[in-house]
Design a protein. Structure first.
Length: 105
């Protein structure tokens, strides 16, 4: 079975969230299933907005460097279904080099 992972699974990077353990358990089960696992560029963009947003904005307040590291981890675990081959790489480069945070993403 092919699995498109919802952005909420990325709660695994938010240890204080009520759904953190469920997200971690879900990812472990999915990885162990050996089924192909996918995320979209939109999943990554939503995660970036939440990860780099301030706690006052219901975000995690992560730095651009930490958010980039977490996105790199997501890319190692899940396959990306890009909208167009050039769009995602360009987006990631822009947000990382320009320090885009929170809802500005």
């Amino acid at each position: 079975m092919t699995v498109l992972v919802d952005t909420n699974v990325l709660r695994q990077f938010e240890p204080r969230h009520a759904h953190h353990h469920a997200a971690v358990d879900s990812v472990v089960r999915l990885v162990l299933s050996d089924d192909p696992l996918f995320v979209t560029a939109r999943n990554i963009a939503e995660f970036w907005a939440s990860a780099t947003g301030t706690p006052a904005q219901n975000g995690l307040g992560l730095t651009v460097a930490v958010a980039t590291s977490e996105v790199d981890h997501v890319e190692r675990v899940f396959s990306l279904l890009p909208d167009h081959p050039a769009i995602y790489g360009h987006w990631k480069r822009l947000v990382a080099t320009q320090g885009v945070i929170g809802n500005q993403v």
